[in-house]
Every structure is written in C-alpha cells, then in structure tokens.
Ligand binder design. Structure first.
Ligand code: SF4
Length: 408
C-alpha cells in the first residue's frame, strides 16, 4: 500500500492556495499545473504576492495524478475491508491514516510533509465522496501552459479517472485573447470544460488604475472566443473596484462588456481592500475612496439594471453583503432587482443591523471568536443600532473595517 502511494512522488499531490467557491462546493480535486500567478500585479490582490511564478513539468503533474489514483484506490480498498462497500466514511479515513504511520505519523516525517499529506488526503477523500466528477486546475492561469502540454495533461487525467465530467481552471483574458480559437477548441475536446475569468471591471480607467493588464476589448475577445470554443464561461465582476470616483462608469461599462460576451455565469465578488496590497495603501493615502456597504449595493443595482444577457448571476463569495442576489437572467432580473431595492428602502438602522449580522457571522465562521477589543466594539455597535443612535453608522463602520479584511 505504502509503496504504491509513494512510488509516484512524495505521498501527496501538490495544491495551490485558492479555488473558486463553486469548486469548493462541488468538492473538486485540486491539481496544481502551474505555481502562482504569471502577472501578479493586480493592485487589490495579495494571493501570490512575493511568490514567483513557475511551470510544473508534465512528469511532475502526471506523478501527482498517479499519487491521487493510488490514494483513491487504497481508500476504497480500506472501505471494502471495513465493510463499508466502497463508501467513504470518517471511520475509513481514520483507519487508513492509522494503518500508514510511515506516511502520516510525525514520528517518521517532518511536520510540513505530514501536513501536506493530510491536506492532499482530505482533498482526495472529499472528491471521492462526491463521485470524483470535477477537477480544478491551479493556480491563477493554467491556459498559460503550451496548448499541447495542457492537452496531454487533460487527456491523462481523463484516462486515469473515467468518472471525471468537468475540468475547470482560472484564466486571464489577456492569455485567452492571444490564444488561437483552434487551441481553445483542442483544449475543449481534451476535456477543459469551464474557465473562470476575473473580469473585475469592463471600464478601461478602472482596469488601468488597478493594473489588471487587460482592456475591455481583450475581455470581450477572450470571452467570446471561450464561448465559441464551447467552453463554459464564468466571469467575475468586482463591485466597488472603481471606488467613489468611477462607481457609475464601472457598473455601466462592466454591464456593457458582459452583455457583449454573454457568459454562462456572472459572479459578484465585492472588493475588500486588504492589508498588504497597493490598493490598500492608496486607500490609506486618501487616493482611493472606497464605497460604503450601501453604495456598493446601489452600484450592483445599477449594474443589474443594465445587464441584458443570459447568464446565471451568482453571489457565492463571502465578501458580498446580499448573498440572495442570485438568479437566471433575463427571467429573474425583476426578482433580483426587487431584492436589492427592498434592502435599499429599509430604514437606516435596519440596514445597519443586516450589515452587522451578516458580516459578523462570516467573520465568526473564519475566526471562530472575537478578541476582547473587537467584542467591545461590536457591543457598542449593537447598542447604537438598537438604540437608533445617530453615531450608529460610525460604530458599525468601525466593526466592518476591522473584520472585513479577514474575508477570503
Ligand atoms: S491575475 Fe488574478 S491572481 Fe494574478 S494578480 Fe491579478 S487577480 Fe491576482
């Protein structure tokens, strides 16, 4: 058992730091085909800051796929041995770990290796338990790889795991705009079924300001080409990214660009300026004025009002305030707008209450608890909101500023 798992590598498959929430929900296998981001300059992003981009060799990636296969086979065999008929239960995973101290015991391995092996095992277990159907290729821009190499990886994946139905990855519009349509079709035929593209904005001033390295024209070209190749397209719009200066243009231009592309999904991912990013420094210097929660909702209203396409609008990111702003366009547009207008028409203290409740529940989900200073600020904010005090907006904002940078 041990030999089979270690035969192809290090006893784990390498994974990068992030994946879209929808891939988490579908329990996708995470397979790292490149490391970090080849661009790495977007001013709001800190995911790969100070990390160098590199390609992984095809041999390394295939060895990871073989490791996943060996792990999957041994976990299933353990399930049958224990009488669970191939089903992946907690008892199966515990028995598997206990039966392999040479892989998972800190007595024989350094802690970092054990941690990576356990993370890899957890990913494989979740994937198996959901039918081993979806795979997400990491990191930030897998189509950057030579098309022939990516085709070889996709084919090997599908040959190794016939259960796979969907393979997805993040992509940059710049890269896709430059790729010949024929290459995208080859990738589709080899199994690449969905791309997640960070549009962020369709407004050229905003794209230049945040150094996206892509223009609205390239976004449109990349999006249309992806659709023409038969690849499902998920585009991310970032409410708030234009700050107060460009909010309106950001919403209108983004809607215009997305209408031209007509993607399968539009996903809202509200800007949260994070410490350690150039945009955060600009905000501290007073050069970038962020929107308030209500201004972001107003911007989303303007954006949705001007959408005229057939995408599914999703709000599946923790950084969004109104998670219920979701639906299939164009049919659900009136209901989506009603949800937004209902929020905006609530009295101020009710809106503040919603902001506090939702942001705190997300924060507690990540952090587990409030430290003493934050707990005192939260209590003061609740008192002000419940007492409808005039300083409630300031006290709520203080709490939001403290907790939102923790959001993923
Ligand atoms: S392309 Fe994506 S991963 Fe790279 S810096 Fe921009 S937002 Fe971050």
């Amino acid at each position: 058992m041990l030999t089979a798992i270690l035969q192809h590598g290090k006893g784990y498959h390498e994974m990068g730091p992030i994946r879209p929430p929808s891939e988490g929900k579908d329990r996708s296998l995470l397979l790292r085909v490149t490391r970090n981001c080849p661009w790495n300059r977007c001013e709001f992003c800190r995911t790969y800051k100070n990390k160098t981009y590199s390609l992984r060799s095809i041999e390394e990636i295939k060895a990871d796929i073989d490791t996943v296969k060996a792990l999957a086979e041994e976990i299933k065999a353990t399930s049958w041995r224990l009488g669970f008929r191939g089903y992946i239960r907690h008892e199966v995973v515990t028995a598997f770990i206990n039966a392999n101290p040479a892989l998972y015991s800190r007595a024989y391995n350094d802690p970092g290796t054990v941690e990576r092996r356990l993370e890899s095992l957890a990913n494989v277990v979740h994937w198996l338990s959901s039918g081993a159907r979806t795979v997400f290729l990491q990191d930030a821009n897998a189509p950057q790889i030579r098309t022939a190499d990516l085709v070889e990886i996709l084919r090997y994946l599908k040959e190794t795991f016939p259960t796979i139905e969907r393979i997805t990855s993040y992509a940059r519009s710049k890269t896709i705009a430059r790729k010949p349509l024929e290459d995208l079709k080859r990738l589709r035929e080899a199994g690449l079924s969905r791309l997640h593209i960070g549009l962020e904005s369709g407004c050229d001033e905003v794209l230049a300001y945040i150094q996206k390295g892509t223009t609205a024209v390239e976004h449109i070209l990349a999006g249309k080409k992806t659709r023409e190749a038969g690849i499902t397209l998920s585009e991310y719009y970032m409410p708030g990214l234009g700050g107060k200066k460009w909010s309106k243009r950001h919403a209108l231009e983004s809607a215009r660009v997305l209408n031209e592309i007509d993607p399968d999904f539009i996903r809202l991912r509200t800007l949260v300026p994070r410490r350690g990013t150039p945009l955060y420094d600009r905000m501290l210097a007073g050069e970038f004025e962020p929107l308030t929660e209500d201004e972001v909702v107003e911007e989303i209203a303007l954006f949705v009002e001007h959408l005229d396409c057939h995408a599914y609008l999703a709000s599946d990111q923790m950084c969004n305030l109104l998670w219920e702003v979701e639906g299939q366009l164009p049919g659900d547009k009136p209901a989506i707008l009603k949800t937004i207008y209902d929020y905006l028409q609530k009295p101020l203290h009710e809106r503040l209450k919603i902001q506090l409740e939702r942001r705190l529940s997300s924060y507690l989900y990540i952090a587990g608890h409030l430290n003493r200073d934050l707990a005192a600020d939260v209590e003061a904010a609740w008192d002000a909101v419940n007492g409808q005090s005039p300083d409630a907006p300031v006290k709520v904002q203080k709490v939001l500023d403290a907790i939102k940078p923790a959001f993923i």
